[in-house]
Design a protein around this ligand. Structure first.
Ligand code: HEM
Length: 256
């Protein structure tokens, strides 16, 4: 017999599940991909100059950065995570009826969602300025490469990043495949197999970008990166003061 008083979640199950699924792709998944690719620019071999310029580009949004972060990253992620926890707790019946229910990937999708949540909260506290009241917020956008590298030096921290990156990337790329089923994009077994290959390729690419970035930050020559950042900072300040002379000294070259 059907429940005469269905809950809000039960009444709007279809729409909520679709919004949850969509949020996993856009904007959260898209942000994840851009974030990992941006970080991998630390591998350019120029003491973090390319990475710093990418960070400058993001921070050129100025006061708009905070509302943009909340609207396109934090709130959609909190929504996806909240619905995800409800699904895991079996609070939403009849969702995600995939042909692989009960297998390893189904369990891993849920486990990595929870690991991703814990990792992302910790990552934000550790590096984002929002984490300052908790003793974190170590990333300084004016000294982007050196401050990120310093935070990643402890071996335990790096190990936790390996787990966090791999879990989040698995969750996203496996989720891409299940999302196609949610939205009816691949329905035949052949189409599902092809989509599976695409998801695996995307997952491997993002894992390489994320782990490559981690390795790049760990291998960074921090004093040299700091020198380049201080120099770049002086140039920016000089350029922002009308009439001030820009230092004729060329930017210190990387010796490779
Ligand atoms: C970077 C962060 C995240 C991204 C990019 C992401 C992305 C995705 C995608 C694309 C899907 C597939 C949706 C579908 O099958 O229609 C999914 C499913 C799922 N996500 Fe996330 N997600 C993230 C974080 C989280 C977090 C923090 C949780 C919290 C536990 C979570 C819980 C879940 C669950 C439980 C599913 C499977 C739903 C089902 O079995 O039907 N996700 N995610």
């Amino acid at each position: 017999m059907s429940d005469p008083h269905p809950s809000f979640l039960e009444r709007h199950q279809f729409l909520i599940y679709r919004l949850f699924s969509l949020a996993g792709l856009i904007p959260v998944g898209a942000f994840l991909a851009v974030h990992l690719l941006t970080n991998s620019s630390i591998l350019a071999g120029d003491d973090g100059r390319t990475f710093q310029s990418r960070v400058d580009l993001i921070h050129s949004l100025g006061p708009l950065l905070v509302p943009v972060e909340w609207a396109f990253i934090f709130l959609p992620m909190l929504f996806h995570a909240a619905v995800g926890f409800v699904i895991i707790a079996n609070g939403m019946p009849n969702v995600g009826s995939y042909p692989y229910v009960g297998n390893v990937r189904y369990t891993l999708q849920r486990a990595t969602g929870m690991i991703a949540f814990a990792f992302i909260v910790w990552h934000i506290v550790q590096l984002h300025w929002l984490g300052r009241p908790f003793g974190g917020g170590r990333f300084d956008p004016h000294h982007a490469a050196s401050t990120a590298a310093e935070a990643l030096q402890p071996v335990v921290v790096s190990m936790l990043y390996v787990i966090g990156i791999l879990s989040t990337v698995f969750h996203f790329s496996n989720g891409l495949w299940t999302l196609g089923i949610t939205w009816g994009l691949w329905t035949s077994p052949a189409a599902m197999r092809r989509a599976n290959v695409v998801s695996i390729v995307i997952g491997l690419g993002l894992a390489a970008a994320g782990l490559g970035a981690l390795g790049g930050f760990r291998a960074l020559d921090i004093p040299k990166a700091r020198e380049a950042e201080v120099w770049a900072e002086k140039q920016k300040r000089a350029l922002s003061v009308p009439g001030a002379a820009v230092s004729p000294t060329p930017i210190p070259e990387t010796s490779h």
